[in-house]
Design a protein around this ligand. Sequence first.
Ligand SMILES: Cc1cc2nc3c(=O)[nH]c(=O)nc-3n(C[C@H](O)[C@H](O)[C@H](O)COP(=O)(O)OP(=O)(O)OC[C@H]3O[C@@H](n4cnc5c(N)ncnc54)[C@H](O)[C@@H]3O)c2cc1C
Length: 419
Amino acid sequence: MTRVVVIGAGATGLFTALDLTMRGVEITLVERGDLGSGTSGKFHGMLHSGARYAVNDPQAAKECVQESKIMAEIAPHAVEDTGGLFVALNEQESAFGDRLMKGLESVGAERRELKPSEVLREEPHLNPSLTRAIWVHDRVVRGYDLLTSVALTAFKNGAKILTFTEVKGFTEKGVKVKDLASGQSYELTADHVVNAAGPWTFKLAELAGEKEVEVMPTAGTMAVFNGRVVNAVINRMRPPSDGDILVPYGEVTISGTTAKVIDDPDQVEADEEEVELLRRESSSLVPILEGRKIVRTYASVRPLVKQPGSDGRSATRDFVIRSSYRITSVVGGKLTTSRLVGEKAADVVASNLGVRGESRTSVTPLMSPEDGVELISKSLGEEMRWLVNSRKGGVDEERYSVVFPFALSMALRRASREG
Ligand SMILES: Cc1cc2nc3c(=O)[nH]c(=O)nc-3n(C[C@H](O)[C@H](O)[C@H](O)COP(=O)(O)OP(=O)(O)OC[C@H]3O[C@@H](n4cnc5c(N)ncnc54)[C@H](O)[C@@H]3O)c2cc1C
């Protein structure tokens, strides 16, 4: 068997690991935190229809059109089909709607012009002076549910998932890692290494002595408002800009985001001025947000592809894959397109290593975290299974459903270490 180490349990690393393990490659995935402890666990929660990028970034938009449908099919338990709206608040924004409609048509995205009165019936909290509205097929994706599903499916196909295990260096034969829980350091041998460390990809490339990998770490702040004040994802009808999207996520509404290029992805926190900007922009779309409590804020870093002359807004949301004989590095994409990025990375690795077989991730349903209940009881004990199951049917069932992914992540780590 060919052995490959994948670095990073974000959406990109997990889908790459799943794809390769389904082609018969022996995979060990190493992640210094928990599943999704990087950007994939701190994103905006949106499964992009492609509409947001249809005017300025058509290749990324086409990928979103294709991948949002696939993700909704393979992981229905992690996706909520809310739909999305582009909303104009003045004549200039209404005029942008013409470019948007053309862009949506050219990338093949679903679209429908709606009357403001129709929209206000469905979304009573929207600013009543809206001047134009276009329906698009945005959805909401629960990040942690998706990531644990990909990890479980990869594990069931033979991959080892070693969370809380940090790559500290590269050796002739593989990587040097440290188990952060036990403090133990050891070497993992591999025929090839996939560097899917998101905004940290350039740091791993430096560690490996590889030539520079072109990442532009771009931070974004999000503000979580109390209450679900909209039913669909609401986008401002203008080119991508700060504070232009509201996402209904469970019982809250997430406002975002901003885009600031930074040097160090380990030094990022929600910026107070940006939070104020998010409140201003959000309340012009939904006036009741002006006085609404912000329950928390968070920030994370996009691993954007660095291109001459581009900034955090104009940089493409497409991806690149760089490969040498021993390392393949993956940069860019969106959580929405992570399955496709994983497929393309796996194609490159498979062709480097002479592994035959094609990607099947677009047609393979992912297991849901609840399908992992047996694994949970096997590796964490019967008591854990009782605990997880005892939350069903109670007043807090939805809130405690999160126990499942946590227990599963722990079970995967334990089973992978023992196996
Ligand atoms: C503010 C913001 C909002 C966003 N909103 C959306 C959205 O709504 N919809 C959407 O589709 N996309 C969104 N994105 C983009 C999307 O979140 C990212 O493109 C995607 O999550 C990147 O996934 P990744 O796996 O490449 O990186 P990550 O998720 O960051 O994964 C990389 C992993 O590598 C690990 N790692 C780093 N160094 C080491 C090491 N030495 N050893 C072991 N492990 C290591 C990290 O801990 C991390 O878990 C958003 C991004 C940002 C910043």
